[in-house]
Design a protein around this ligand. Structure first.
Ligand SMILES: Cc1ncc(C[n+]2csc(CCOP(=O)(O)OP(=O)(O)O)c2C)c(N)n1
Ligand SMILES: [Mg+2]
Length: 359
């Protein structure tokens, strides 16, 4: 096995052979055959959830869906590093992480169908709901982590965000605060090379992970299409955070193989050649090759994973199609915890308008 310590961290080569890395391989030494197969299974399920939700949007059943295609290793690898008492603060793209946290597929599309303001009970799974305000969750993760630290809870938080989000003030402020106050937060940047149509090169003149260093936060680059490497570096960062070592920054280098959302057409701004290059680096193929090389692969297993992922997709589809439509007046509920004069007035006005429109 080749000796390799160069960055980005990699533990599985594209052909499925292991990389011997004395620093990072020991962090995943306990990942046995069963766990490797579980990671692979979760990656296939995440892709299946994504395919189904994308199809539902194309069939007019969802207003929007942000595909995760290509980012399965970054999401599942990091989610497998988390403990159930850690808290996840996500963006809109982390359906794979949600699956690993135990979010039932029945709850994954409510927001995207427009029948509720959120999808799941955040506290039940210790993961926030899809967040549209780019970068805001970095602050939320830092605040929660700092509070946990003050209370002496030995947990960590993880903030998932994209390469584009690193240009947001919210992320800059979160990094500054987390470093100064030693907040137990892991900043997990999925550098998928694009922020809608803006390429990553316009976000940062240096590798993104290096920017963390300026804040006094260790930054590491990892091959984001290598689930094992992602698991190793995320574990390291979480252990550091929980044990009082402060924040860390991970840049997982990956690629968004689909559109930004179902409302986007990426052929207008990126080349077919670039997409093909990354299709050859498919994260699911990578772990599959490792399983094959280590004789952990057979057609029964393949069949079992296919059946399980189809079941998850069927649950997601059927729940989405059966979600009751909310009353329009529900829009006014849950805005404030207590009654609000202006809102009551707006509700009256809108109800009168609807009644007028019907007569
Ligand atoms: C504060 C804010 N500004 C702009 C937008 C519009 N917007 C939505 S997603 C996005 C790009 C984010 O790119 P990146 O952080 O790389 O995440 P990715 O979508 O690639 O996962 C932008 C500009 C927004 N939702 N919020
Ligand atoms: Mg991006």
């Amino acid at each position: 096995m080749p000796e390799k310590n160069a960055y980005p961290v990699q533990l599985i080569q594209p052909d499925g052979r292991r990389v011997h890395d004395r620093v990072h391989a020991p962090l995943v030494a306990d990942i046995d055959a069963e766990r490797l197969r579980a990671i692979y299974t979760d990656m296939v399920i995440a892709r299946r959830i994504d395919t189904e939700a994308t199809a539902l949007q194309r069939q007019g059943q969802l207003g929007l869906w942000p595909p995760l295609l290509g980012q399965e290793a970054a999401q599942i690898g990091s989610a497998h590093a988390l403990r159930t008492d850690d808290y996840v603060f996500c963006s809109y793209r982390e359906a794979g992480v949600a699956w690993c946290r135990g979010v039932p597929p029945e709850q994954m599309t409510t927001l995207w169908r427009g029948v509720a303001h959120s999808c799941w009970d955040a506290d039940a799974v210790k993961m926030t709901n899809p967040a549209i305000v780019v970068g805001a969750q970095g602050l939320h993760a830092t605040g929660y982590a700092f509070a946990a630290h003050l209370e002496g809870a030995e947990i960590a938080t993880i903030a998932y965000f994209g390469d584009g989000a690193t240009s947001q003030g919210d992320i800059a402020e979160a990094l500054g605060f987390a470093a100064s106050w030693s907040a137990p937060v892991v900043f997990f940047c999925q550098n998928n090379h694009w922020a809608i149509s803006a390429p990553v090169r316009v976000q940062s003149a240096t590798p993104i992970a290096q920017r963390a260093v300026g804040y006094g936060i260790p930054g590491i680059q990892v091959d984001g299409n290598d689930a094992l490497a992602v698991l190793a570096v995320t574990r390291q960062a979480l252990i550091r955070a929980r044990s009082g070592g402060g924040p860390s920054f991970i840049e997982a280098i990956t690629y968004r193989m689909g559109p930004h959302t179902t409302a986007d057409d990426p052929t207008r701004y990126r080349t077919a050649a670039e997409l093909e290059l990354w299709q050859r680096r498919d994260p699911i193929d990578r772990i599959r090759r490792l399983l094959e090389r280590e004789e952990l692969w057979d057609s029964d297993f393949e069949q079992e994973v296919a059946v399980r992922s189809d079941e998850v997709a069927a649950r997601l589809r059927s729940a989405t199609l059966n979600m009751p439509d909310p009353q329009v007046s529900d829009l006014f509920d849950h805005v404030y915890a207590t009654p609000h004069r202006l809102l009551a007035e707006e509700r009256r006005e809108y109800t009168a308008y609807l009644e007028g429109a019907q007569s």
